[in-house]
Every structure is written in C-alpha cells, then in structure tokens.
Design a protein around this ligand. Structure first.
Ligand code: ADP
Length: 305
C-alpha cells in the first residue's frame, strides 16, 4: 500500500481529446501527489479547461486514462472525493450564505460542519447576509465553501480569482491554504502567474495540449528567464565579457555594461573572479511573467517551425 505522502491524487496517462480536427489535449501525462497544491498555467486555447473537464468527468477523453484516487473521474465525483469550483454557477439572490452552504452540505452524507466550512472560507461573519449583498470576493469565497462542503480530498478550481482585487485575492488564497494545510490536494488554473508562484508548490504549464514545463515557480524562473547584469564599467575594456558563463549578449551604454545572461549567478561570480570588485552592480528581469512569456513563445515557434 502506498503511504499517505506518496499516494497519487490524480494520474493522467496519454490523454487525448479533440474537437473535430482541433487537438485540445494531445498526449498529456500528469501525476499529482496527494497533499500538493498545483497551478495549471497556459495561454488561452492550450487545453486547460478540457483537461479539468475530463478530470471532473464532464468530458469523455478520446483515449488515455484518468484516475482520481484510483477511481474513474465520474466515480470519484459521486464518491465525493472531488470538489469543483468552476467559473459559471449562480445562487438564488435572496438566499443567505448560511442557506447556500447548508444546501451544499445536504448533498453529501458526511459534510463538513457549517462552522468549520465558514471559518475555512472566512465567511463566519457573513452567514446571515444575502448572497446578492456580497462583494465579488465574498461571492467567490461562498463558491469556494460550496466546493468544500463534502470535505473532498481533491479541490479543482478553474481561474478562481479572475476579476478580484488584490485584497480579495489574498483573502481567498488564505482560505485555500487553510484547506491545503489539512493535507488535501488542490489543482487550480490561473492567468495570474505571480499568484501561481505564491500559492502553488508546483507549476504545470500547458501549450498546445501538451506539457511545456513542470516545475516550481523558482525553477521555471531560473530555467526560462534571461536576466540582465549591469555594472559601471567606466573607461575599462569590455574585452572578455561575452565569454563569461551564461552571457548571451553584451551592450555598453555610456559608462554601463549590460550583460544579458541565462545564468546570472554564474555570470556574476565569474565577473567578480576575473575583474575584481565592480561598481554599481544591478540585476534585473527574472519574473515568472517573463518566464511564462518566453516559454509560451518558444512553444509557439516550435509549433510553427
Ligand atoms: P484553455 O482552457 O487552455 O483556454 P481549452 O481546453 O478551452 O483551452 O481549449 C483547447 C482547444 O480546444 C482550443 O483550440 C479551443 O478552441 C478548442 N475547444 C475547446 N472546447 C471546444 C468545443 N466545445 N468545441 C470545439 N472546440 C473546442
């Protein structure tokens, strides 16, 4: 028997799904470890929703297999193993938060206690408010709580914070972290790359129905971003700068040298070792946003080649 730590929450093997001649998912292999929080990133049309919908049993794959805690998706849903927070879905406007959450709880044999559900989603003070009097962020937390009502082992969310302001997003992720801290598995898609970096312990990037990267935010940044190392060179020679490790290009503007590099650590270490102390050293670039853009544009070029 696998232990709790190594148990796979989701195993997707050679998944294919086409719509006519559009290959939405094109041979996807992906395993999510129990207890992990995973962000699914990718440009529009890269196959994220199709993947999520097959995982939830809403779409049937053309070929390949999906197991959720060892079960077929539809079976896992009916056993209450999966909680889903999808983009659409409205509640009766005149209903109170308490009523909506109890409605969700009534769908399950062993629902989470109302108090705990409200506490997890920061809704304790809002239980007697009508849903139509809530802010966008509060409504999203109600939808989050709705997805948690059956105490699922896996929570799946499709762009859960789209349109929310920074404060509302922070409050939302606080609830997700609370849920994840109980040892549950979370998979969410998002366009907010910095948010994926902050909220997920693993980032999976899809392009053209395939995996383009599978890593931590830190590793993706390191692997796919170029950074610029710049320093004041004054009237010194720029000889040899282009041979420093990682350096892709060298430009001198006025008294400053700008080295574009794929490995800023190696570049700086060797720069200091060979030239001694340098003045006004600066490092720029390297955000997850940069990594994502360089990743997806590289994938698009490969596709066109
Ligand atoms: P994402 O969620 O990453 O935006 P999708 O899974 O929605 O990607 O879409 C993947 C590809 O499949 C896109 O080219 C999209 O146009 C196409 N597609 C998705 N749903 C349908 C559908 N119901 N009918 C036809 N094509 C679809």
């Amino acid at each position: 028997m696998p232990t709790q730590q190594t148990e796979a929450a989701v195993t997707i093997t050679a998944l294919h799904k086409s719509y006519g001649n559009v290959r939405a998912v094109d041979g996807l292999d992906l395993e999510l470890a129990h207890g992990s929080t995973v962000a699914l990133l990718g440009p529009n049309g890269s196959g994220k929703s199709t993947t999520v919908n097959t995982l939830l049993g809403l779409l049937t794959p053309d070929s390949g297999s999906i197991r959720v805690y060892g079960h077929e998706p539809a079976e896992a849903v009916s056993k209450g193993l999966i909680g889903a927070m999808l983009q659409q879905g409205a509640y009766p406007n005149s209903a109170k938060v308490r009523e909506v959450l109890n409605l969700a709880r009534n769908l399950y044999r062993k629902p989470l206690p109302l108090d705990l559900l409200a506490e997890t989603a920061d809704l304790t003070d809002l239980l007697d408010r009508k849903v139509n009097n809530l802010s966008g962020g509060q409504v999203q937390r109600v939808r989050f709580a709705f997805a948690l009502a059956g105490d699922p082992k896996l929570l799946v969310m499709d762009e859960p914070t789209v349109g929310l302001d920074v404060d509302a997003r922070q409050l939302f992720w606080r609830g997700v972290r609370r849920f994840a801290a109980t040892g549950r598995t979370v998979l969410f898609s998002t366009h907010y790359l910095e948010e994926a970096d902050a909220a997920a312990d693993r980032i999976v990037v899809m392009t053209h129905g395939k995996l383009a990267a599978d890593s931590t935010g830190e590793e993706i940044k390191h692997r796919f971003t170029t950074r610029t190392v710049s320093f004041s060179i004054g009237t010194d020679s720029s000889e040899g700068l282009d041979r420093l490790p990682g350096v892709l290009s060298v430009e001198i503007h006025g008294e400053r040298a700008h080295l574009r590099t794929s490995d800023s650590d190696a570049t700086v270490n060797e720069l200091l070792a060979t030239r001694g102390p340098v003045r006004e050293l600066e490092l720029s670039g390297g955000s997850l946003e940069d990594a994502f853009l360089s990743l997806t544009s590289a994938a698009a070029e490969n596709q066109e080649a």
